[in-house]
Design a protein around this ligand. Sequence first.
Ligand code: PLP
Length: 456
Amino acid sequence: MTAGPPIDDIHFDDAPNVDSVPGPNTRALLEKQEDIDSSAVAYPNDIPIAFEEGKGATVRDADGNTYIDMFAGIGVLNVGHSNPYVLEAVHEQADKFVHTVDFPTEARLELIEKLDEIAPAGMQGNNRVVFGGPTGSDAVEASIKLAKYNTGGDGLIAFRGAYHGATTGAMSVTGNKKFKGHYTPLLSDVVHAPYPYPFRQDKSSQEAVDHALEELKAIVEDPYGGLANPAGIIVEPIQGEGGIVTPPKGFLQGVRDIADENDIVLIFDEIQSGLGRTGEWWACDWEGVTPDVMTSAKALGGVGFPLSATMYKEELDTWGSGDHAGTYRGHVVAMRAGTRAIEYIQEHDLLAHARDLGEYIQGRLQEAADETDRLGQIRGKGLFIGAEFVDSDGKPDGDLVDDIQQYCFEHGVLVWTAGRHGNILRCIPPLVLTHDLAETALDVIVDGIEHAVDDA
Ligand code: PLP
C-alpha cells in the first residue's frame, strides 16, 4: 500500500513567513468574534490569530501569514492539517454516507479492527470499543460508567494535576479547582491522589513514585482511608494540561498492582498522549502496562473530526443493549479518517520519527537550558514535550512563557502553554513535522527564550 505522499511533501513551502501580526483581516475577524461569539472563547486571548488554511505542520492565517504549527490544534492533528491520504477517504465517504448511529458499516468495523491492531499488548484480541459522544469528555464519561457498572462501586480516584474534560463526570475527576469551582457539587465520591512530579515536589524520581503510590494505597486500603466504595482509578499516563508531567518508571505498574489487588477498574486516559503522540501508540506502551479501560479522542478523528472511543477489556463487556447511548456514535466519515490516519502513521513509520524528532527538540531545549537558570526542566516523550520555566527564586513563571509564546507567534511559530501556573511551554506538533521545519521552529523558540529571559 502507498499511503499518500511522504511527510516532506505535505506542508506549505514558505513557512514561516509572517509580516506584522495580527494583520488587518485577522483583526477584523477577531473583533467580529468578540462582538457575536461566546465570552467563553479562550484560545485567541493567548494568540490573536484567525486561521484560513492548514497543510501538514504548517498553517496560514487570514492575512496570508504562514506559521510552523507546534501545537497541532491542541494535540489533534497528529498526521497534520488536511493530510491528503486521509482527505481522499473523507471526500469519498462524505459523498456516500455520513451518519449511521451504530448500524454496522465497513468503516466502523475497519476502525475497530485497526484499534485492536494497535491496542496496548494486554488488550490486543481481548477488547471491545464503545463509541459514545464525539468528545474526549464523552469517552471519559463512558469509562466512569463502565467502572461503576462492572464493580457496583461508585467512588473514583483521580490525580492532582489531572485534566479529563468539561462534562460533569469528567470535571469531577479533573484536578483544576478554578475550572470546576462554579459547578460543584459534582460527583460526590472522588478523591485526588498525588501524581509523581519530582521537579515540583522536590523529590527524587523514586521518592515521588513511592509517595504517590503510598497515598493511593492508603486511599484504597486504609480502613479509615475515607473512600467507601471505589469503582475505578483514572490516570493520564503522562499529564497533558497539567504540564506534560511525565511520571518516572514504576508509577503506572504500581497503580496497576493496587487496582488488581483491590478489584478496581484501572482507566488510562490517553486522549492527549495516545495515537502516536509519544512515539509509541499509547503512552502506557512505554512501560508495558495495560489498563482495563482506555479513552481515546483528539487525533482519532484523523484530520480533526470529532470522534472518541473507549476501549475496554472484553470481560468488562457486560452492558446490555442500549446501556450506553448517544446519537453521534457512528460518524462514518470520522471513522474512515481515523483508520486512514493510523495507516498513514504506520506506513510512514511516524512512531520512530516522533521518537527521533522528540530527542532532537529536547536536545535543542536542553542547550537553551544550559544558558539560563529560568528553564528548570525539559520532559516528555516523543512529540509530547514540556519545558518548565521558573523565576529567579525557582517559582513557576507563567509570564515568561507568555512572552515566549508571543515572540514565537510574531516570528511564525505557534506553541502552547500548560501547567498549573501556565509556566510550561508545550510543544506538541503534528507527527509529520519534518526535521527541517523542527530546526527552523527551534531556532525561533530558542531566540524567544533568550529574548524573554533578557527582558525578565
Ligand atoms: N482527557 C485529556 C487527557 C485531555 O487532554 C482532554 C482535552 O484536552 C480531555 C480528556 C477532554 O477532551 P475533550 O476536550 O475533547 O472533551
